[in-house]
Structures are given as C-alpha cells and as structure tokens.
Design a protein. Sequence first.
Lengths: 336, 559
Amino acid sequence: MSLWQSYRMRLRRKRAKIRAWRKHFMLRSRANRTDQIQPGDILLFSTLRDEYVRLPYFLKYYRDLGVSHFVIVDNGSSDGGAEYLADQNDVSLWTTNASYKRSRFGVDWLNWLQQKYAHGHWTLVVDPDELFVYPFCDTRPIRALTDWLDVSQVKSFGAMLLDMYPKGRIDAVPYLPGQNPLEIASWFDPGNYQISKNHKFGNLWIQGGPRARVFFPNQPKKSPALNKIPLVKWHKNYAYESSTHMLLPRGLNLTYDEWGGEKASGVLLHAKFLDTFTIKAAEELTRRQHYSSSVEYKAYAENFDDTPDLWCKWSEKYINWRQLEILGLMSKGNWA
Amino acid sequence: MLVHTAFGRAEQIARHWAASGCPIVIHSDKSVPRKTYAAFKAKLSDLPDVRFAKRHRCEWGTWGLVAATQEASQIMLAEFPEVRHVYLSSGSCLPLRPVQELIDYLTERPHTDFIESATTADVPWTMGGLDHERFTLRFPFSWRKNRYLFDRYVALQRLVRFKRRIPNGIVPHMGSQWWCLTRQTLSAILEDPERASYDRYFKKVWIPDESYFQTLARLYSRQIESRSLTLSKFDYQGKPHIFYDDHLQLLRRSDCFVARKIWPFANRLYDAFLTDVSSAMKRTEPNPGKIDRIFAKAVERRTRGRPGLIMQSRFPVEGRENGLTCAQYSVFEGFTDLFENFEAWLSKTTTTRVHGHLFAKERAEFSEGQTVMNGALSDSATLRDYNPQAFLASLIWNTRGERQCFQFGPRDVQDIEWEIAKDHNAQISVITGAWAVPLFKSNRNFSDIRQEAALLQQIESEHLKTLRSPWTKARVRIWSMAEFIEAPMEPLQTIIDEIGQQSLRGLAEVPKMSDLTGFGQFLQNLKNQGMHPYLMGDFPVSHGQGEAPLSQPKPYLVR
C-alpha cells in the first residue's frame, strides 16, 4: 500500500463526505428527536420508501434487540409510512422527494446524518426488509455484542445478506402489518455462495444465493453483492462508500480473517421476497432508481413470469442463528 | 477488590461479601472521575468493614495494578487483624457459591496459598511471542497505547542482546492474577527487607500483575496450591472471556468459588448468584471440563477455524486454508471412458455419492441427473466457472458426512485442476489416454477425430504435469491405459480400499469394460495421420492374440 494509494483513498473518503454535505440540503426534518440520544446508545439508520406494511415489525424487532433510537430518511413514501414513523417517540424522521439514485441509493443522506448524530455510537445501518442476526441474539441483547467488540477493540462487524423466500409463488401469501416476515419467507439457500476479495477496498465480494441461482445463472457477474458491514462504531470521519458493502477508511472492511481463523460475524435475513415484491418490481421498472438501472428488477420481471418459485429441493428452512452457524454462513468467532 | 467500571455492580458485590462478614478493601482506578468515585464511596459508607485504598493508575500490563494490590493488602492486614486469608478479586467478579462455603473451605486449609504459579519454561501462556523475555527485557512503553514503540524497543533490546539481571536469583513464575494468600505469606512478601529491589525489578517487567505475587509467593509459602479459586478463561489475545446470562447453567457446574468477568448487564446471573444461602439455587454436580471445552473451542475457532469452510468471516490467503476442502473426495479420470457402467458400479460398490463430470463444459453433471445439489448448488456451468474453487469447496462442505466422487477429464473445463492437485483431501486416479476410447467408438470423420485427439492429448499431458508437480498434495495414482487394462482389478481394489467405504459384498462385481477390438488399429491410424497418441501406452496393432484378452475381460473375483 503506497502513500499515493492511501492518499487517493483519503480523497475518496473526503469526496464521499462532500457529497453527503451537498445532498443534505434535500433532506427536510420531519421529526427530530435526536436530543434524546444518550451516550452509549445504539442507533439505527435506514432509508426507505413505501414500506409502511413492514414498519411495525421492523421497529419492534430492533427495539427488542436493544436499539435505542431510529434515524430514518423517508424517500417520498405515499402509503402513510412517514406519518406512522413521525408518531413513534424513538424515531427521528427526515423526508425527501429527491432522487434515490442520485444520492447513491441513500448512502449520501445517511452518511450525513451519521456524521451529525452517530459519532461515538454503535450504529446499525439496515433496510426495512433486513433483520440482523448475530451470535447469541436469542439470549444476549445487541449491547452485549457491542460491549464485547469494544473490549476486543473491533470497530466493525460484518453480516452477510441472506435472501429469504417462501415456498411456492412469492405472492401466494399476503404479508400483514406487524407479522414476522420470516413466517412467510422462511427458506434460504444454505451453500452456494461465491466470495472474492476486492483488493482496492479490502472488503470481500460475496455473490450467490437464490438470486444468482434463478435470475442470473448466465451472467453471474451481475448478481447482487451480498457482503455487508451494517454494524460500526461510528466516527464522524467514516463514510460508507457504496451502500453498506464497503466503508472508508478501508481497515473497517476487514471483518474477515485471512490466516485460517474465523472472526465473529452475523447475517442480515433479507425478507425481500414477499407479496409486496411484485408490486415494487413493477414500479421499479419505470422508476429506474435502483442499482445499475434496476438491472436486478428487470431480471426479476423477466423470470417471475415463468418461474415464480425460488424454492428448490435443497432449500433450508430457517430455525435460528445456531443453524446458520453450523451451516457456516456466520460464525461465533472468539465469542463464547 | 479492584474496581474500575460498572460501579453499580461492584457495590452489589461488595455488599454480598460484607453480608457474610468479610472485610473489604477497595481500590479504584485513578482514571475514574473523582465524582463517580466519591458517589461510589458514599454509597458504601454504611458498611463498617469497608476501606478504600489510595488510588493508582491501573493500565493493563503495567505496575499500577501491583502497586494497587500492595496498597490494599497492607490496609487489609493492618486494619483487620483477624483476617487469615486475603482474596484478590475485582468488581466484575461474581461469587458462584455462598460465601460461607468459601470461608469453610479456607478454614479447613489454614496454611494453604491458592495462587496459580508456574515457571515460564513449563507453560505456553505467551502473548506477543514474549515468555521468558518478559523477565529479562525492560518494558517502559505501553503495549496498548504505544504498540510501535513497544515493539521497536523490544527489537532493539534483542539486537543488542540486553538482559536484565534477576535480583537475588528468584525464579520468575507466572499465573492468574487472582489469588488467595494467607496472612503469613502475604505479610512476608510485603515486609520483605528486599522488597524495594524486587519492586524496582518488577516495575519494568511486562504484565507484572501476573508474575509479582506468583514469583514471590514461592519464596515464603508453606504450602502452595497452584490454582486460582477464580474461574477465568482467556481468549487467544489474553483477554478474559465474558460471561452472560446464557452461561448460567454452565457456571453452576463450575467448581470455582468466584467467576470473572461478568457482563454488567447480565441480570439473571447477578440475581441467581447474589442471594443468601436459603434461596440459593440447588447446586449441581461440578463439571468444570465443560466450561473448559466451550472456551477452548472458541479459541480454536478464532485461530484455526473450520477446515474447508470459506465464508464471510473466514477467507484465508493461499496456503493458510488448513485444507482447501473439509473432507476427502475422489476424482476419477478416464474411468468412465474405459468402463461402460463405471458410475453405477462405483456407487453400488461403495456407499459414496458418484457424480458425472462436475466440470463438464455444458453443465455440472450431478449424480442422478439432478439440476440442483446439496446447499442449493446450481448445475449452471457459467455460475460454476465464475468461481470454480467456491463451487468445489461448497459442494464438499454441503455434503459433509457423505464422500463425494466425480469424473474429470480433458474434455472438461480445466480451471480447477490446480485446486484439486493442491488439496490433500483429494484422491485422484487417472487412466491416461482413455479419452481416445469415445473417439474410437464415435461415428465421426477421421480428420475431426484426429484434431480432437491431438487437442485432448495436449490438455491431458499438461494436466499430468500439474499432477506430478512438487506442489501437488493430493494422493495421485496414474496408469497408462495399456498398463491399466492388463490387470484392472488390482488398481480398482486399491482405490476402493482407500475410499474405505466398501459395502460388505467386496468386489464381487466388475465394471464392464468397453469392447476394445480394433483399438490398436485405431491408434495406428492416428499415427499414420501424423498424430502420435502416446498417453495410452503401447497397444499392439495386430488383430491376433494381443487383443484377445482385452475384448473379453474375465469376471475377476477379489476377496
């Protein structure tokens, strides 16, 4: 790593910061309760659009894990979700109608808000369809994890995205507000992931799962990235570079061990494939606000016409984190 | 009792000890804000037998911890003359058994010092590669805050071969910092006329809290029991493991009196153990081995990981995989070309899963024609070739417990060959030149056949170079085709024996060999066209006796 390279990385990080500053003018504060944030609180940041139906369970899930405050950017929802969020007394809400794509899929907005409110806090950046699972999450609150990471002098914690899907047509069972989405989308692909290393940023690039298997078997390079680093002890100089896949400074991306051992890691259960998905996919085809001109959604639209089922004989039904640990999708690492 | 965080819990613990009549001397880290400290002091002011020692700065691995202990011990010995045993504990320690049990235990052993103490030569507890050097080098820089200077200074001292003199020929011992010493031993250490020189020496030793008392106790103790009464487990970096609510059942099975460290928010643990004798939980049979196993496993997982697993938090660099795959598997090259029903025969003879050509150009030929395999592994060739190494590692990982066999040959995508050759889990058996049999049987123009034969021969000879390279770790067996068909049962028997999952019947049945009548002539024709097939060995051209035994293989019976 030459000085020149690290200087370029620094410039990149600064650029992300400047972008965040530029884009923050688009944000309108709707309900700012950030004065409630206490030192040591665990914060959650999220961007969303038209996710009202998911919000009750989403908030409950993370409150139960011990998240103290939610900082949310609502990108032009029209389903009443913004009103619902504004009424929650542990939510600070910003709204914007600006382009999701041009804020680099919400990263710029959140980078700004994190810089402003998350300095010195453990922060979780997740989407409303992502449920964070970590070792011992059924018996230990998230605070136990972050305390342990603090003691171990670890600043970031990786959690791979695991696509969950129902058995049968994804629109067969309607999802109701407050319901655990895993009751419907309870299946996943246990062992078909490909990993390579991104030498520029030091993070791993994980692909595979049902989306590669069903939507991108002939163009695997296009299948979505599944590596994520959602939990970070935030410092105001940090920046997410591209979604939550990679961070700057790059040391934060080293959530894996290269000498044969296993570091502790979690999983983000991605309950994207519910009945709401077909509507979203249809909308995204015209909106084109997602990654790479919504190539993902195009592939879905093409495939779902003839193969609406992601389930296969070797799909695994989700039970708990221990199951994921045994399957080798996550690890307890040194935590016992 | 050494306290530096979680004062609420520390107060709770102090009250618990005091309730059983134990006097306490508390030392709090100097870096704790004065206000917090004053509040803590005030809260404990109602307890008569609590004293507070002068505050020292206690940074991990430095002398401050020892100074604090000395200070507190002196107060304890001076102010509470009835005390016979002094137990060093911390604010995040939790008594696992009723305090009275500990008192009784110590009363029965009035002259025993419980302090873990071992010489550096005998134990592998080293951190940062320093064992004996902890005692012979100087460590003025903090390991936590000035790692660079720390490392440089150690390197410099090694370079100039600096060695400290150990005073009075004491033998350095190390061990857990949590001890329980008798008044006699502890006062002897503190009142030693040589103490000043010992202190001066230990001030520059690395992690003196794990060696000061451990070493000096050896000088005075009448009876040392080299173990700590405090349960404390360390991870690979030397940090103590933390106990949580879900460790409750585990801790009940400990034979130790006190455990550390406890997570301050582990309410269930505190509620369960900080009760009086009457409401204390029924004790279970001690089983400390179970605790040891769990934490030893955690260290193992963090340092060595699960062999053959590639995942988001385990992505070893080349050479550190500790096994590219997680289990043994077999690769057969040329067998399906030579034998007509090889796959069926193999899966019948052994209890393994037999795939076709997993790396075929069109698709991964999983067993029984499946399009998706264990772990939802797709048979798509593009997906597989996108990362063949991940494909193979996933397949072997997903099918743990069932041995995998698959075919390979020069017609397949060759990207994976090095991965397999370097993998000590692979058993590779090759019949060279057998790829010519399908050509021989095919109904194609001879010029096409000639061209393809040349190509396949080239690919296979490259592949053989790989298999014979010094980096190959797989168990490789190579026969030329001529060599193999001379006595096919012997090599087959060897391979099957090595797989070791033979079904009880033995090799009663033999795979059916293709009819090779005229194969010698076919090879000669290739030669005549200027393409020399050499990988299959020598086949006689004559139609006479030479080929007769080949075309009608005998049903060998090997017992």
